[in-house]
Design a protein. Structure first.
Length: 305
């Protein structure tokens, strides 16, 4: 597939600076590409600005983790409909959940080969309080886990599922509490409930591989939601392995459903996260935009290109 003029937005700090060391290999791999440019992000929101202001590119590729994906996706979506570049990702971050969802290799050379041979796929995006997300929104305990994971990553260098499991165990021990909220799905009647976690996703995983919504896909025009009610801490420990493996959907405190919109209202601020970016709000309005963005996805085995 011809990518057109392509911009690679690289987060050199991804995976504790390892991505910076990959730059020479990346540029060597791109040497045969007809027309490309490489820009390095210099801090928070810079990748967003680079994608938002990019002109004359048919494709923009995020090189980094889910935080880089989040910023670049929002930058791509700032372009007018009909003028938006296609989006691709070379995963070099800690969690890489969105890359996992669309089937990208975590090996840089292999991911670049996948992009060169990619097919174009129209994918859904979520939107929360006016901000786009590619993979996941959640509120409650797991958003506190996300915030703690950022601290642990900086202190220890851990990545992936090990990082998020360590953060989760810390939160279960030290910050375990529920949230009284009012929830509404689509046009159903709002209801009060006491929750640990509310998640809405376009893909099956978050947190580096937790299969929170194991049946979620990126192009069905729906959000897969998971609500976990308050339960004793000892039960939370016992059920944790099942949540990691995506085998929790039929458990008594777990409620799974699909929706196009979910709203969550709390009397006090409640932690939230979008693709790993932490929020603190009293209300979250989460919707899905079907086929909102064109993504470079790996060609299927045997597929003619």
């Amino acid at each position: 597939m011809a990518l057109g003029r392509t911009l690679f937005i690289v987060n050199p700090a991804a995976r504790h600076g390892e991505t910076r060391r990959l730059l020479p290999a990346l540029e060597r791999s791109l040497g045969d590409a007809a027309d490309f440019a490489v820009e390095l992000s210099a801090g928070p929101r810079h990748a967003f600005d680079l994608a938002r202001t990019a002109r004359g590119f048919g494709t923009i590729v995020a090189v980094g983790g889910d935080g880089t994906v989040h910023e670049v996706v929002n930058g791509v979506m700032a372009h007018k409909a009909g003028e938006r570049p296609a989006f691709g990702v070379v995963p070099t971050g800690s969690g890489n959940d969105y890359a996992r969802t669309i089937g990208m290799s975590h090996d840089v050379a292999a991911a670049l080969a996948q992009i060169a041979a990619a097919r174009l796929v129209a994918v859904d995006l979520g939107q929360c309080n006016g901000t786009w997300f590619a993979e996941s929104f959640s509120a409650g305990l797991d958003a506190r886990v996300t915030a703690k994971a950022v601290e642990i990553k900086q202190a220890t260098g851990l990545t992936g599922l090990r990082l998020y499991l360590r953060a989760l165990l810390f939160v279960l021990r030290n910050e375990y509490h529920s949230h009284p909220v009012v929830i509404q799905y689509d046009d159903d009647e709002p209801f009060e409930t006491d929750v640990l976690i509310v998640a809405a996703t376009n893909g099956p995983t978050y947190g580096g591989g937790f299969r929170i919504t194991p049946d979620s896909v990126y192009d069905d025009g729906l959000l897969d939601t998971c609500r976990i009610d308050m339960l004793p801490r000892a039960e939370a420990y016992a059920r944790l392995p099942f949540v990691v493996a995506g085998r929790h959907s039929h458990m008594r405190p777990v409620h799974m459903r699909r929706a196009t919109r979910i709203t969550i209202v709390s009397e006090v601020p409640i932690e939230g996260q979008l693709d790993g970016e932490v929020l603190l709000e009293t209300a979250y309005d989460v919707t899905v935009m079907p086929a909102a963005m064109t993504v470079l996805a790996p060609a299927m085995s045997g597929e003619r290109r």
